[in-house]
Ligand binder design. Sequence first.
Ligand code: ATP
Ligand code: MG
Length: 191
Amino acid sequence: MGHIDVNGVEFSLSDGRVLLSDVNFRVGDGAKVALIGANGSGKTTLIRMISGDLEPDEGAISISGGLGIMRQFIGSVRDESTVRDLLVSVSPKRIRDVAANVIATEDLMHLRNEERDQMAYAQALVDWGDAGGYDFEVVWDVCCTEALGKSFDEVSHRKVNTLSGGEQKKLVLRALLEGPEEVLLLDEPDN
Ligand SMILES: Nc1ncnc2c1ncn2[C@@H]1O[C@H](COP(=O)(O)OP(=O)(O)OP(=O)(O)O)[C@@H](O)[C@H]1O
Ligand SMILES: [Mg+2]
């Protein structure tokens, strides 16, 4: 079950311009709703308020169900992140948290490699399994195979910036659609 409720939302930009005023709508369970408006009319800002990145000046937003988010510029990743990082970034918080710990402890093991570092890494892998990380890797394998024609093992360390913009979006869309979240916010899911 999931829903979004937006009630009386107002939002002004830092220069005082009123961007959103008296915004009210409800997206009920199972509904697919498109938000259409001119460039700069405030769609991404509204999505950022629903996702909790921004606070409305007035009004209230409530949602039920887990939230998955595809951000507007997901198709233009230009940093050093990998395919694995991208898939982790659109996963539920519990997966993001344990994934960060696996990487941090693995780095420390390679840098210092004391017994406590090996223990910490082993524990991080146990936590990854307990959080369902290996189940996510099975789903990511399906996503990579469908979006990129390669297995997750083959592409997990590949830099996202070597994928085309369309491939990046397709991969994230696939992962969100296969994922567990009841509510998906997709900002320009044009693939
Ligand atoms: N941090 C900011 N400071 C100043 N202006 C901002 C800021 N963030 C957004 N804006 C302005 O708010 C307006 C709405 O931006 P927003 O990104 O929500 O539009 P949008 O409807 O998603 O547009 P698009 O269709 O181009 O994606 C724009 O005029 C933008 O320039
Ligand atoms: Mg936008």
